[in-house]
Design a binder for this molecule. Structure first.
Ligand code: CMP
Length: 143
């Protein structure tokens, strides 16, 4: 079964959106297999966002993601990687459609509420960066 890494960013956590965002993915029918509230270290942030290292906003990105607790999650389900991206909406909230997470809750590209893996390769990499194997759970019966 496909898995993806999703993370409620510090803005989403501080705005008390964890429950709302978890509910959206639960209602869609995906299964939460791992979750933790954590503060991201500078080292983890630089590793996670490594592909953006040369971008002018890299420093801002790292400072923001380490600025307060995030809610890191692993979700499982058919096509969960691309479907979660559709549910999140465009990276820049100004381009995100109403009904999507960023369309409904986001205002700025740097504080866009949630992160989600963009491919199977990223999902595998990001899940293993944030979670140990023994922190991921299995559902014996799927509905
Ligand atoms: P995310 O999906 O976490 O992946 C990379 C992040 O970089 C992205 O969400 C945005 O929050 C952030 N980002 C992209 N473009 C900019 C920008 N121009 N200025 C600041 N942050 C940006």
């Amino acid at each position: 079964m496909e898995k993806t890494f999703l993370m409620v960013k510090p803005d989403g956590v501080q705005r008390n959106l964890i429950g709302e965002l978890v509910t959206r993915f639960e209602k869609k029918g995906f299964h939460l297999v791992g979750a933790k509230l954590m503060t991201v270290s500078k080292e983890l942030a630089e590793n996670h966002y490594g592909e953006h290292k040369e971008r002018p906003f890299f420093g801002e990105l790292v400072d923001f993601i380490t600025s307060g607790p995030v809610f890191a999650m692993v979700w499982e389900g058919d096509n969960v990687i691309s479907t979660a991206r559709t549910m999140m909406g465009a990276t820049n909230p100004k381009d995100a459609n109403p009904g999507t997470i960023r369309g409904d809750y986001g205002v700025q590209v740097s504080m866009n509420v949630i992160h989600g893996s963009d491919s199977p390769t990223s999902a595998e990499r990001e899940i293993s960066l944030f979670f140990n194997e023994n922190e991921l759970n299995e559902y014996t019966k799927t509905i």
